[in-house]
Design a protein around this ligand. Sequence first.
Ligand code: RP5
Length: 173
Amino acid sequence: MADYVTVEGARVGVLMGSASDWPVMEKTSATLEKLGIVHECNVISAHRAPRRLEAYCSTAEDRGLQVLICAAGGAAHLAGVAAALTHLPILGCPMKAWSTEGLDSLLSMAQMPKGIPVGTLAVGGAGAINAAILATQIIALSDSDVRDRLLAYRSNQSAATFELPGAPGHPSK
Ligand code: RP5
């Protein structure tokens, strides 16, 4: 049995370097859920489980995955190593780890040498949510149902931005 979890029909694989990343990365999962994107979540550290990462990435396309989202903190190699192991698009989510407020992770992901790109998002929760939306945007290019759900999500977000319950002239909730 593979030592990672697979989900039938998953189009996005969410990977993280440690279970300690999950409190942030559950926002990715929740956003994918809202957008109706079947996905799977696994802890596979580039440092602590490199062979497992290779097995996961080298089978990802054949299993139907279209995008991988990789979260890691510190010397955050997970996204870069995943990008080396598969040509699927890799979105990197830098985590705040034990120092430098996540700047170490951000630079580790964003400063990939030419040839093997990682699309790097913002540090922390905003990046975790945006990675889910960006993955959906990639999938929406070739799936009109996903495109419809993406447009509905954006439209709801736009409407919600207008609301200021309790402020003068605004309806209270
Ligand atoms: C990285 O080191 C993980 O992605 C996590 O952000 C950070 C700390 O991991 P733990 O020591 O909490 O497992 O590999």
